[in-house]
Each structure stands twice: as structure tokens, then as C-alpha cells.
Design a protein around this ligand. Structure first.
Ligand SMILES: C[S@@+](CC[C@H](N)C(=O)[O-])C[C@H]1O[C@@H](n2cnc3c(N)ncnc32)[C@H](O)[C@@H]1O
Length: 279
């Protein structure tokens, strides 16, 4: 017989021994998934007993985690800005930095936008979160990947917000029309040759969601050069970028239509976001 707390503690030790970061958090998520409860529940009711079947399931998931499979792929879901999103191997697993991108961007918006474009939408986590925040805005969610868009649509349906969002398969702006008050994107920005050096977990994610070409900047550069045509005067572009890319990215805002871009830092103090307003 084992309690939830003992189960989490034993799993945490195994993950720590394998030098997997945030071991306890991962184990709390696994326990919550296995018990079909929230993470808050497993923390609050650690004294409750787990059945052998649940323990066996916990151990199986832990083995997959130890083998380098992302938890979001094992459970098929991930949390973003307080909501649960379906995740498959066709989309990037939403990251905490991207939550910061959304939070910092909305602080820069004084008048609610009438139209929002989330370009490179993946699971739809940004577009959907913004649809909940800006209740009267028209939201467009675009991605080059048909498979990613299917996941984004499913997420919008699960969260009962699909009627507020238009999903468009498009290579950058190719299939997009009209203009927007706010364009936001977490584009692929990892340099191609770095990808094979990243953790096995990251390498489970779609190449197209990670790879920003030779220098990591090819998608960002295209985005910045086309965006003025799709932004309304005074409209905001908010981008997530890779660490050490800020200086180069800022130089892409050559068009006279841009006001001076601003760099934003993530919680670890890394330059991670660029915000620019169209004149
Ligand atoms: C880093 S992921 C971001 C996913 C999601 N927005 C998030 O933050 O979790 C980048 C996404 O860009 C898409 N993508 C890559 N190249 C693209 C292109 N040329 N045009 C549109 N989307 C593209 C990928 O399919 C992927 O879904």
C-alpha cells in the first residue's frame, strides 16, 4: 500500500537520479493524470492511498519519461495560461516563455484590438488564450502545417471558442488577407545545426516547429518584412525569439513604417521577445 505522497516521492527520486529537472513537478503531473485529478488535489491529499493499478500506470509513465519522451506526448495534453490543450506530436508543446510573451504583449495594448493574428499558431494556445481575453476581436490563427491546424481547431472546439477563430493554412502571410490591430507569433527560431544537440525530449517535437533555417532567423525575417502590410497603423507586432537573437532581430525592422522596436526579457533575464509598433 502506498500513499500519493510516497508515490510522488519515489518517482521524484528516480527522475532526480537521472538528472531530469523539475522532477517533483513532473511526478505531481503524472500522479494527477493517473488519478484523473488536478495537481492541486494530489498535493493537498498526499495521504490518500493509491491502488496497485494506478501505481503500475504511474511507473509505466515514469519509464517513458526516463526514456526521454515528453510528458505532454504521454498524457496528450499541456497547460497554457490556465487552460488544458490537446497536444500531439504534430505541434510544439506550449512553453512558459510563450505565456510570458502573451502577458507582456497585452500589457502594451491600451485599446482592445478589433482583429488579432496568431501566425505560426501550432496548438492554437496563443490564439485561443487571446480569444478569451479579447472577447469582441476577430481572431485568425495561421500555420503552414495542416496537422497543427487540426489540433488547434480541436482545442478551440474543446474550449467552446471555435466560432470566434478562423483557422487558415498558410505559408506565412501567403493566404492571409486584410489587416490586423495585433499580430503575435512564436515562430520557429532554432538554428538547424543546433537541433540535433538538443535534449531527446525537444527532438521529439516537429522539426518544422523548431527549425528557423541555417541561422534560426529565416522565418522571423520573413515575418518582420511582410508584417507592415498586414498591420493597421499603430498596430503591435509581438514576437518570441531565441536567446542571443535580439540584436540581429532588431536590425530587421528597417522599414520606415516601423517605430523603434523594444526588447523584452523572460523570467530568467534572457532577451526573449521583440515588440514593435507600426507607425
Ligand atoms: C515554435 S512553434 C509555435 C507553436 C505555438 N504558437 C506555441 O507557441 O506553442 C512554430 C509553428 O510555426 C509553424 N510554421 C513553421 N514555418 C511556418 C511558415 N512558413 N508559415 C506558417 N507557419 C509556420 C510550425 O508548423 C509550428 O506550428
Amino acid at each position: 500500500m502506498m500513499t500519493i505522497r510516497e508515490l510522488i516521492e519515489s518517482g521524484t527520486k528516480k527522475l532526480e537520479a537521472a538528472r531530469i529537472g523539475e522532477a517533483q513537478t513532473h511526478c505531481e503531473f503524472i500522479a494527477a493524470f493517473v488519478l484523473n485529478k488536478s495537481r492541486t488535489y494530489v498535493r493537498a491529499f498526499g495521504q490518500n492511498i493509491v491502488y496497485d493499478k494506478e501505481r503500475a500506470m504511474f511507473d509505466d509513465i515514469l519509464k517513458e519519461k526516463l526514456a526521454g519522451r515528453p510528458l505532454a506526448h504521454i498524457t496528450g495534453s499541456a497547460e497554457f495560461m490556465g487552460r488544458i490543450f490537446d497536444i500531439s506530436q504534430t505541434v510544439l508543446i506550449p512553453r512558459p516563455e510563450t505565456e510570458e510573451l502573451v502577458e507582456q504583449a497585452i500589457k502594451k495594448i491600451s485599446v482592445p484590438p478589433r482583429s488579432v493574428l496568431d501566425i505560426c499558431t501550432g496548438s492554437g494556445c496563443i490564439a485561443i488564450s487571446l480569444a478569451f481575453l479579447f472577447k469582441s476581436a476577430k481572431i485568425v490563427s495561421a500555420d503552414i502545417s495542416k496537422e497543427a491546424l487540426k489540433v488547434a481547431l480541436r482545442n478551440a472546439q474543446n474550449l467552446n471558442i471555435a466560432n470566434r477563430i478562423e483557422f487558415i493554412e498558410s505559408d506565412m502571410f501567403d493566404k492571409l488577407g486584410g489587416t490586423f490591430d495585433f499580430i503575435i507569433s512564436n515562430p520557429p527560431y532554432i538554428p538547424e545545426e543546433i537541433i540535433s544537440t538538443l535534449s531527446p525530449e525537444v527532438q521529439c517535437e516537429p522539426h518544422i516547429a523548431l527549425c528557423g533555417g541555417k541561422d534560426g532567423l529565416s522565418v522571423i525575417k520573413r515575418l518582420i518584412s511582410s508584417a507592415p502590410k498586414y498591420l493597421n497603423p499603430g498596430g503591435l507586432l509581438a514576437l518570441e525569439i531565441g536567446c542571443a537573437q535580439a540584436e540581429k532581430v532588431v536590425k530587421f525592422f528597417k522599414d520606415v513604417k516601423w517605430q523603434k522596436p523594444q526588447i523584452g526579457k523572460d523570467i530568467s533575464g534572457t532577451d526573449r521577445f521583440v515588440f514593435a509598433r507600426r507607425k
